[in-house]
Design a protein around this ligand. Structure first.
Ligand code: ADP
Ligand code: MG
Length: 309
């Protein structure tokens, strides 16, 4: 099976949205752009770094697309199309069939269309570029857009994916819920679209709450007061280890946002704090909450979020 057969059998699909003049099969795709602002995102997943060797191909495909869709959600965009650069060590039809199934299940759920890509041989790597559109007249949510008095909201869970990583690294089996969170993260696209008119800043939580909130704090030159009672209610278990993962565990792809000053967090999200004037040395402070949460917070502050270099 050569690369053209692979593309034809596993990635080429006849259905074509009206804005796609030409899809997979030529030197490039041709699209009819809409007048809306476009958001472009890209992310790479490497075996051994972003997923354990031997992970189900459905999960690998799901995650490769989900992390990109999560970035689009955090910008407030509706996904339209994506490209797939796939590097494979060998041609394994069963693996490709599972990969294709996982990819298109998520793509179809969100109405996003695969319009091209590249297929090469080498160590397993999946790189996706995706594009989405902003609703007319609505700006993208920027990390630097938070204002003093804005409430901090979150949609999606925290710390569960990191629990699965910890279990697997220790050679144990993760709980079903933790495995699901790690392998099949759900991009918060509907929430991202509903936040227009409510939020001024947003970020998806890929590197841990403190690390990603730190990006908003730094870009907006603000601090944050976190609500210990609200965060304790989000913890998976009531102990300092779970609390540490809540603050510093990555891979959850929850959607973090800051409302306009004086606007409440909507009831379909969790209110976890408020933006305050910047202060040093710690821009992020935890107020109240049980002692196990405070202990996990202190530990998490010592450990910055995941960094490649
Ligand atoms: P070229 O030699 O011009 O780069 P390719 O043989 O790489 O062309 O690709 C042929 C067509 O198949 C192109 O339309 C390309 O976008 C598409 N394609 C290649 N690999 C993939 C893939 N993994 N997923 C989706 N489309 C792909
Ligand atoms: Mg090519």
């Amino acid at each position: 099976m050569n690369e053209f057969d692979i593309i034809q059998q596993f990635f080429h699909r006849p259905a074509k949205p009206e804005w796609l003049a030409l899809g997979i099969g030529d030197d490039g795709a041709v699209i009819e752009p809409s007048p809306a602002q476009q958001v472009i995102v890209t992310d790479t997943l490497l075996e051994g770094r972003h997923f354990f060797a031997g992970t189900d191909a459905r999960a690998i495909a799901h995650k490769a697309l989900a992390v990109n869709l999560s970035d689009l959600a955090a910008m407030g965009a509706k996904p339209r199309w994506f490209t797939l650069n796939l590097t494979l060590p060998k041609v394994d039809k069963n693996w490709l069939a599972a990969f294709s199934e996982g990819l298109f299940r998520l793509a179809d759920e969100h109405g996003v269309c695969l319009i091209g890509g590249d297929t090469t041989r080498g160590p397993l790597s999946i790189s996706i570029t995706a594009a989405g559109e902003l609703p007319t007249g609505r700006p993208a949510f920027l990390r630097g857009g938070a204002q003093v008095g804005g409430r901090l909201g979150i949609v999606g869970g925290l710390g569960l994916a990191a629990m699965a990583v910890a279990a697997r690294e220790a050679g144990n089996q993760a709980s079903a819920a933790a495995s699901q969170a790690l392998d099949f993260p759900q991009p918060q696209l509907a929430a991202g679209l509903r936040l227009h008119g409510i939020a001024t800043a947003a970020c998806d939580v890929s590197d841990g709450l403190l690390a990603d909130l730190g990006h908003i704090a730094q870009a907006s030159s603000l601090g944050f007061d976190l609500d210990g009672e609200a965060l304790a209610a989000l913890a998976v278990e009531q102990d300092s280890q779970a609390a540490k993962l809540l603050f510093a565990g990555g891979d959850d792809y929850a959607l973090l946002f800051v409302t306009s000053a004086g606007i409440a967090v909507p009831d379909w999200a969790n209110d976890i704090g408020v933006a305050v004037a910047a202060r040093e040395p710690n821009a992020i402070q935890l107020n109240g909450g049980p002692s196990w949460l405070q202990a996990g917070f202190a530990e998490a502050l010592d450990k910055p979020g995941f960094q490649h270099f």
